[in-house]
Structure formats: structure tokens, C-alpha cells
Design a protein around this ligand. Structure first.
Ligand code: ATP
Ligand code: MG
Length: 735
């Protein structure tokens, strides 16, 4: 109704209002963080419906994450009621899957097509490489997949690509690409990147289908437009259509918050919107409603160091607010300890509920030190975009290995690792061993000792194929060797490394390409650190003592009591997943050169700019209280690494920061002696690659492949995975 429509624009500023009621040509809303872009988009949708300018079914709204889609749906339901269900509010991928399922006939696919996840894709690519005779020394299946993903994001299909080969390497890519696509087709499957490209191809090849969707979606609205890639850009362009019948397109975004270049996102899309759509209206929002002035000034000071950006004026009428609080910790533990103290103080005083607080870090593995302290302090927390450290699959697997070493009769642990990593032992083999165990009243591990051993008083385990038998014997040998070494006093961290290497676990991890968790190797590195550290503080401790220690910190019984629950939970997340969100209190941790900005970005201006945008996103999530912390020394692979302050810290004007502690003990030590604090500096390691965790890799893994780092690379722009000695010298010079 007209009344309801009026209420939707109440309280909006003139620019926001203009964006909500705009009618006609394409609309671009471009504005800094917290200026109400998402709010404008949501209110615009509701306003279109309330004024009768659109029916709910005519609306297609695209958000960046499923979580954002869910929030927008809920918001629209509260504004409009159940009619909101008839709108398409989803990510690019879910919208495209919906279209593809509906149009499968035109695609010559069954509607039941499968979507391959990255593990499936990798398996398929391995097969392609074998069958096409592609030498993995020339191109690894993973690097080929990455390259193909980039091509798909650019809408380059195998035929297009075959026409533009530059060198021998391209010839290999072309063969792999063709083979891969044809096998996907025969499997009636699409991979993740295919979803968008196939939809674009479908629409381009079938004008009637295109017209159908163009008529249906009269209003297309895209949030976070700065993070669209080329394929998504073209998709939107087609769905909107051109000429007098074109739909109404609204896009909102902020070039300074583009943080997905590694998935092909390009800010070109937002920067050239006005050229792409000459009839476009642009609206600039300049008032920030989220943060205090001090927080805004700090964030603006950082982002203004990026070259080639359009300067923005962002202001707030919320007053200066408190200063940003800074803390330099001696170590990641000291950082976590400081954090807990602050959390407890603000909670106790009633200033904040747990759910008002978020803690950000650059990489998933950093959450471990924080999580342990939170658990010990009994502070409830939730981890977004990741599993709690000790509940992560790779951590549970690794701990299961250690448990089996400490206790061969631990049946749960033994069965967990029996075919992990996959060694070709199926349910039949497992059943045969289990039956033997049951028949003789022994543990599963005990039965494994009888495999292939006719001398045993019970005889060998029956019902196993010769191959399964040999596999189990090999597996057992690895365990026995590790157990013998452990009993001789080997350090738990070394036992872990040996097991992960000899069982091929590391190898399998390196070959897996799961985008959900790009950091499994980092997490194992963290577990290595936990073990190494435990040994340092308890030199006499056995493997059993270590496992007991871990069991205590990871025990879920120690999780929050009921009172705490009423107050919600502290949120822990990476900066990437914090996009679009806001919290009264935010901690941005790990502000060290080499952590944030990430090691890989230090020598590359393009990637460094992206890291700076990421820092801008992090700082602008805070509404009232912003903490910035760093650790002078951070353990990686069990060795303390000295890390210089993040350059982003230097970029924040000092008068904005209330330093609770400005120097670490290490800084003092460093000033009084000229040598390095931590002794074994990794930067002098000649084998050091692009990995930030190079010094003591688990197993014999080549440095540079350890942190999943190359995954984030665009192979087209960065063929080199490792830093050159010159890069390292530059880095060294900064310290
Ligand atoms: P980001 O760039 O981080 O995605 P954004 O530009 O999408 O931010 P919103 O999340 O829409 O910003 O808004 C930031 C905060 O300001 C929200 O809490 C929102 O409700 C509030 N807000 C926006 N506009 C107004 C307004 N006119 N009056 C009051 N509050 C507002
Ligand atoms: Mg937003």
C-alpha cells in the first residue's frame, strides 16, 4: 500500500531514498562500507512490491553468500510477509542451478545432473591426465583445474581456447580441458565453474529461453557487485536484456571491498558500469551509519594507500567514539590472553553480550590459539566458515593416528584411520577384520595384528583378498615403526609428521582441492605446533600425556554453561567471511607482515592491494569498539617466527590509537642485541618457498606447496608459485 511504501523510505537519507524510488534505467549505487547499500537494496525490493511496480515473482536478487541471501529473505519477509517467498533471492550459483534444472532438455542433459565438488573434479582430472598421457611434472592435475577454472570464469570454452594457444603449456591445457569437459558430459555432471558458464552458453544459444527469463525477471538486483567475475557480469547483462524492453538492473558495491580476485572477480565491472550501461544513473552514498568517526578515519587511512582508487568521502554523525585499541603481544598466546581479558571485562561490566563481539583473523589456522583460550575461559564462541579446530576432519584423523600409536586397542580411532587416507580397503575388508576381532574377543587393532600372520595362535584373518592383506600389513608396519620410535622417546610432533608422511595422508591432502577448507595443511601445521610446544613445556611428557592434554582442551563438556548461552556467542571468523556483516566490538588480530598481509602478497603489488582491501573490510565491520593486535612472535610448524608489524598498522594515524602495549619483550630484546630473536629465522632457509609455514614441514613436502597457497593464485597472472631470493631480500630489508 502507499502507506507501507512511505514507511519504507522513512529515515533514509536523500541519496538512499533516490536509490529506493528510482525507476527506469539501470542504477548503480556505489559507496563505502556501512553506508546502507544492502539496506537500500532490500528496501528497494520491498518498495517495488508495495507500490505495485513489481510482482514478487518478477524479482531476482543476487547476494554473495547463502548466509546473506538468508538474511535478506528474512528481512523481506518481515517487511512484506509471505509474498517474499515468491522472489528469487539467492547466490549466482543457486540461481543458475535452478535455471539449468528447468532447462535441462535444451542442454541435452538429464535434469538429475550432478554437481561435482572440487574433490570430484580432481579425481576426474587425475583420470584425464592418465588417459591423455599428461605428465604431472609438466602440469599437475590441480594446476590444470585452476587454469580451467580461470578460463571458465572468463567464458573461454575448449574450442575458444584451442584457437588461441601461446605455447606448449597451453597445448597441454587445451587437451586437458577438452578431455575434462567431454568426461563431465558423459557423466551428466557439471563442475562448480560450469554452472555459470553453462547458463550463459544456454542463454546465448537459445533466444527463446533467454526471452522467457528476461520477461520473468523485470527487476534484477545485485549486491557486492565489485566481486563479480566476467561470466557473472555477462549473465546479468543477458538476463537484463537491452532496448526498450530491458529489465531494471540495480547493482550496489564498493570497489574498495573487492576481495575475491583469486576467483576471477574484477572491479572493472563496477568501474565501467556507466560505460556498459550508458543510460545508467549513479548514486553515491556518503554517510556511514555503522561506525564511529575514529574507526572510519582509521579504515580510510589504510585504504587510501592503495594506488589507482577513486577517493571517497565517508562521514558519520555518530561522533568520534572511543579510540582504536592497540596491543602488541609477545606471542599468539599472549595475544589470546589479552583478548580474553578484554572480553571478560566488557562482558562483566555489562557493556557487551558475547554475541556483540567478533574476532577476525586472516587464515583459518590462526583460530586455534584463540579457541583454546576461549574454551579454557569458558567463553562461548562459534566459528563461522570453518569447523572448530579440534572438530576438523584432518585434526581428528591426525589425532586418531596418534591415539592408535598410544593405544593399539582404541577401536574407534583404528577404524577411523583404517581407510584414511584411502588405501583401497573397502567395507568387506573392514568387516573381515571386525569379524575376526569379535570371534576371538579382541580389539580391532588386535585383529589387524593377525592379518597375514598364519603363525598367530588364532590363525590369519580369513576372508581378505591378497591385495587387501598386503595393504593392511603395510599399514600395520607404518604404525608399528611409529610406535617403536614413540616408545623410544620420539617427540609427539615428530611421530605426527612421520605418520602423516608415511601413510600418504599429506600427499592426499595436497592433491585434494576442497575450496571449503583451503587450509587443511595449515591446520596440521598448527597441530604440529601444539605438540611441539607441549613437549617444550613438558619435556618428560609422553604421547599419552599429550593426547590427554588435547582431550581436555577439546572436550565439549567444557563448553559454555547455560547463563552464558543466553548471551549468545563470540563469533570467530576469517575476514573473507565477514563481508557485509557488522558487530559492536571487533578484534582484528594477527596484524603482522607475513600474516596479514599474507606472506604470498608481500612481493606483488596487485595482491598487496587486495590484502589492503581485506584490511579495509575488517576494520569497517566495527560499530563502536575496534581492537587491533599483533604478535611479535608467532609459532608456525612449532618454531617461533619473528614477524614485523603489519604495514597496515603503520598506516593508521597514531593519534587514533590507544596503545595498551606498544612493544613486545621481543622488540626490546631485538633492540638490545643485533641478532634475530628467534634464532632459527626461516627467511634464511634456502628451501623457503612461498609457504608461510616453511621451516619444518610435516613429511617430505616441498615448501611452497604446503599452505594451499598456490590455490589462491591466478595462474594466468602469476605463473611462479615461490618468492624469489630478491623478494625475500626485500622482505628482510623491511624488518
Ligand atoms: P557493507 O559495505 O559493509 O556491505 P552496506 O553499505 O551494505 O555495508 P548496510 O549493511 O546496508 O551497509 O548498513 C550499515 C548499517 O547502517 C546497518 O546497520 C543499517 O541498518 C544501518 N543504516 C543504513 N542506512 C541507515 C539509515 N538511513 N538510518 C539508520 N540506519 C541505517
Ligand atoms: Mg552490504
Amino acid at each position: 500500500s502507499a502507506d507501507a511504501a512511505d514507511r519504507l523510505i522513512e529515515g533514509l537519507n536523500p541519496q538512499q531514498k533516490a536509490a529506493v524510488i528510482h525507476s527506469g534505467g539501470p542504477l548503480l549505487v556505489i559507496a563505502g562500507a556501512g553506508s546502507g547499500k544492502t539496506r537500500v537494496l532490500t528496501h528497494r525490493i520491498a518498495h517495488l512490491v508495495e507500490t505495485g511496480r513489481a510482482r514478487p515473482g518478477e524479482i531476482l536478487a543476487i547476494t554473495f553468500t547463502n548466509k546473506a541471501a538468508k538474511e535478506m529473505k528474512e528481512r523481506l519477509q518481515s517487511l512484506l510477509g509471505p509474498v517474499a517467498h515468491r522472489m528469487w533471492i539467492s547466490t549466482f550459483h543457486s540461481a543458475c542451478v535452478r535455471i539449468l534444472r528447468a532447462e535441462h532438455e535444451a542442454l541435452d542433459m538429464r535434469s538429475t545432473f550432478t554437481i561435482y565438488d572440487s574433490a570430484d573434479s580432481l579425481r576426474l582430472m587425475n583420470q584425464v591426465c592418465r588417459e591423455e598421457g599428461i605428465d604431472s611434472r609438466v602440469a599437475t592435475p590441480k594446476s590444470l583445474l585452476r587454469r580451467i577454472s580461470d578460463l571458465k570464469n572468463e567464458l573461454v570454452d575448449p574450442d575458444d581456447f584451442a584457437r588461441s594457444l601461446n605455447d606448449e603449456a597451453d597445448v597441454t591445457v587445451a587437451a586437458a580441458y577438452r578431455g575434462y569437459q567431454s568426461r563431465l558430459k558423459s557423466a551428466n555432471a557439471l563442475d562448480f565453474d560450469d554452472i555459470i558458464m553453462t547458463t550463459v552458453n544456454l542463454l546465448q544459444a537459445h533466444p527463446a529461453i533467454t526471452e522467457h527469463y528476461q520477461r520473468r525477471f523485470r527487476h534484477i538486483l545485485v549486491d557486492e557487485y565489485q566481486d563479480t567475475n566476467h561470466a557473472q557480469y555477462v549473465l546479468i547483462k543477458i538476463l537484463t536484456g537491452t532496448g526498450p524492453d530491458a529489465g531494471e538492473l540495480t547493482v550496489v558495491g564498493d570497489a574498495d571491498q573487492s576481495i575475491y580476485a583469486f576467483r576471477g572477480a574484477t572491479i572493472r565491472n563496477i568501474e565501467s558500469f556507466e560505460e556498459d550501461y550508458p543510460a545508467a544513473t549513479s548514486i553515491l552514498l556518503e554517510q556511514n551509519y555503522r561506525s564511529t568517526q575514529n574507526i572510519l578515519t582509521a579504515a580510510n587511512a589504510v585504504i587510501s594507500n592503495n594506488p589507482n582508487r577513486r577517493a571517497k568521502r565517508l562521514w558519520t554523525d555518530q561522533g568520534e567514539g572511543d579510540k582504536v585499541i592497540g596491543y602488541v603481544a609477545d606471542s599468539e598466546h599472549d595475544e589470546a590472553r589479552f583478548l580474553i581479558e578484554e572480553l571478560e571485562a566488557m562482558h562483566k561490566s555489562g557493556k557487551r553480550k558475547w554475541s556483540d563481539i567478533a574476532v577476525f583473523y586472516r587464515a583459518n589456522a590462526q583460530s586455534r590459539a584463540l579457541e583454546e583460550m576461549l574454551i579454557r575461559a569458558g567463553i562461548p564462541y562459534k566459528l563461522i566458515g570453518g569447523t572448530r579446530f579440534y572438530e576438523r576432519k584432518e585434526i581428528k584423523d591426525a589425532l586418531a593416528y596418534l591415539q592408535v600409536i598410544a593405544n593399539p586397542d582404541d577401536t574407534v580411532a583404528m577404524r577411523r584411520i583404517f581407510n584414511t587416507p584411502r588405501r583401497g580397503l573397502g567395507a568387506k575388508a573392514e568387516d573381515a577384520v571386525a569379524a575376526h576381532a569379535q570371534m576371538h574377543g579382541m580389539s580391532f587393532g588386535g585383529a589387524i595384528a593377525d592379518v597375514g600372520n598364519p603363525e598367530s595362535p588364532r590363525g590369519a584373518v580369513p576372508g581378505l583378498t591378497p591385495r587387501a592383506e598386503k595393504t593392511i600389513v603395510d599399514f600395520r608396519t607404518v604404525l608399528e615403526e611409529a610406535r617403536a620410535a614413540s616408545e623410544e622417546g620420539a617427540a609427539p610432533a615428530d611421530t605426527l609428521d612421520e605418520l602423516m608422511a608415511k601413510t600418504g595422508y599429506m600427499e592426499e591432502l595436497r592433491n585434494s582441492d576442497d575450496p571449503q577448507d583451503e587450509a587443511r595443511v595449515d591446520n596440521l601445521a598448527e597441530l604440529h605446533s601444539v605438540a611441539a610446544e607441549f613437549r617444550t613445556t613438558n619435556p618428560e611428557a609422553t604421547l599419552g600425556d599429550f593426547l590427554e592434554h588435547v582431550a581436555l582442551v577439546s572436550d565439549s563438556d567444557q563448553l559454555p554453561d547455560e547463563d552464558a548461552q543466553n548471551d549468545g556467542e563470540v563469533t570467530l571468523m576469517t575476514v573473507h567471511t565477514a563481508k557485509g556483516l557488522e558487530f559492536p566490538t571487533v578484534f582484528v588480530t594477527g596484524l603482522e607482515d607475513g600474516t596479514f598481509p599474507h606472506m604470498r602478497s608481500l612481493a606483488d603489488p596487485f595482491e598487496l592491494s587486495e590484502e589492503r582491501r581485506l584490511a579495509y573490510v575488517a576494520l569497517t565491520r566495527a560499530r563502536e569498539t575496534l581492537y587491533i593486535t599483533r604478535a611479535a612472535v608467532r609459532s608456525q610448524w612449532g618454531a617461533p617466527q619473528e614477524l614485523p608489524p603489519s604495514r597496515f598498522l603503520d598506516e593508521i594515524p597514531d593519534e587514533l590509537v590507544d596503545w595498551r602495549r606498544e612493544h613486545s619483550a621481543g622488540d626490546v630484546l631485538r633492540r638490545s642485541t643485533s641478532s634475530s630473536y628467534s634464532g632459527g629465522s626461516r627467511y634464511s632457509d634456502p628451501d623457503f618457498g612461498s609457504s608461510s609455514y616453511a621451516p619444518a614441514p610435516i613429511g617430505k613436502v616441498k615448501p611452497g606447496r604446503l599452505d594451499g597457497g598456490p590455490k589462491r593464485k591466478k595462474p594466468s597472472t602469476r605463473p611462479q608459485d615461490s618468492l624469489t631470493p630478491e623478494d625475500l631480500a626485500k622482505f628482510e630489508a623491511r624488518k
